[in-house]
Design a protein around this ligand. Structure first.
Ligand SMILES: [Zn+2]
Length: 90
């Protein structure tokens, strides 16, 4: 999943989710209270994230929520395997 956010201070901000979001390169004071979710939860590799965009200035970030269930399943399987290996050595 490509990052659809383009940081460009010379262009007007744009919310054309899910194709493109043009954001100012830096957050402002308004961003602390003005951020709202854009679109649905998406997956990037092992992580679930949402886009959050400031209502006032258009500043947008990818906000990571948690590991995807698939990635957590893989980690759990690896842990179980390593525990079994240790148990076998004792
Ligand atoms: Zn803002």
């Amino acid at each position: 999943m490509a990052n659809i956010v383009e940081y460009d201070e010379r262009r007007a901000t744009l919310n054309a989710y899910p194709d493109r979001i043009i954001s100012p390169p830096n957050p402002s004071e308004c961003c602390f209270s003005g951020m709202e979710q854009v679109g649905d939860v998406e997956e990037d590799g092992s992580w679930l994230f949402i886009y959050k965009r400031c209502r006032a200035c258009g500043y947008t970030v990818r906000h990571f929520l948690m590991m995807s269930p698939k990635a957590m399943g893989t980690i759990r399987a690896d842990l179980l395997r390593s525990m079994q290996v240790k148990h076998g050595q004792n």
